[in-house]
Design a protein around this ligand. Sequence first.
Ligand SMILES: Cc1ncc(COP(=O)(O)O)c(C=O)c1O
Length: 455
Amino acid sequence: MPSFMEPFRIKAVEPIPFPTADERREALAAAGYNLFRVPARRITIDLLTDSGTAAMSAAQWSALLSGDESYAGARSFERFEGVVRDLTGFSEVLPVHQGRAAERILLGNVLRLGDISVSNTHFDSTRASVEAAGAEAVDLPVPAYEGVANPFGGDLDLDALAELLTGRSGGRIRCVVLTVTNNANGGQPVSLLNIAGARKLCDEHGIPLFLDASRFAENAYLITEREAGYADSAPREIAQTMFSLADGCWASLKKDGMANIGGLIALRDKELAAHCAEQVIAVEGFPTYGGLAGRDLDALAQGLLEVTDPDYLRYRAETARWFGEQLRLAGLPVLQPTGCHAVYVDAGLLLDHIPPQQLPATAFANELYLAGAVRVCELGTLVFGRRSPDGGPDIPAPRELVRFALPRRVYTASHLEYVVDTAEEVRSKAAELHGYRIVTQGGALRQFTAGLQPV
Ligand SMILES: Cc1ncc(COP(=O)(O)O)c(C=O)c1O
């Protein structure tokens, strides 16, 4: 039995499919052994992502009806703007349709050819926006030590940043970005101490500090659990302190916005915001709706109020912790400590007979689908490996991780128990599993479209 209880009851339900073993085999083969290409009607439990997959509350569904669909200056925008200003303290608020639009517009205005953006870890779409501006994305995560669990494994390496700032390329650094929580680094939080340290270095060198605040509430909650002196603080207060240390932020609101679509840019600098607004007009829409319907803005305004509820956040963190522990007890190598939005399993340790070029993380994820129609996300050589410049075997990813993402308020503990049982079944036949080879692939982000074949 889990030690937590879902702090909500269920008002609307959606049936989940139970494809047979034959249907699963056929669906996977028809998808070129790539889970992104398997139709959702063939999935029983979908832990592919926590992005855009949240269940909205009754208050959010009712907020949809008060959506004002006026083209300009809608009441829905005023509500959204008010909530974002109160949360972040940033006066300039621009909605956009999702996170990558915010990144593309803001970073496109901040960065020029040859500049450097430094981050604890740029998320892949963030890195793509930095590179689209002709700049270089430099990741400086705190070093990880084998077997040592760092409570703030999402932190930026401040010593390395200081060294870079005073070194030969220091003059090229145009911004520092803290991704909270650090999605590409196990969903681990960034401490307030680390944000304050980055602020100090940015002030000393006259550089802006931005937050990629897609999971700001989860980061704030983990600070109350893990950082000395904040156990009695409200997650909302912590979030406000995090924002107060930055010059601006962007966010994919498909995560802690608790809705299914949306993003934002929020800034102190009016001139920068005016430049961004011009681009929002060009590619998203008038700056008071930014590619969203008025009703989306209302659902997001309500979601941004709900997400910092301490009961919700405690349940969220405890779910991940309990789920991670059950997987560990089932014999799976689980990354510790767990964060909030996902649990990560190191499939490379489990399937050490499969070489990285034969995609052990994909092998594990595909077998989980075949065993129980559970969909997870491979974060191994298919996603992070690189093609060898001389046409030889792929350069492998550092680790063969599989991410079990947790959609917000969607699955109960018994759904997750089913996933644990399925994972245990896969673990029990680990030695029999085979790898995959890539037969078709695109350029960047090949994981979404690649076609594979069993080896
Ligand atoms: C940390 C982070 N930043 C940015 C994005 C991009 O957001 P979106 O998917 O809404 O474009 C994501 C998406 O997963 C993310 O996790």
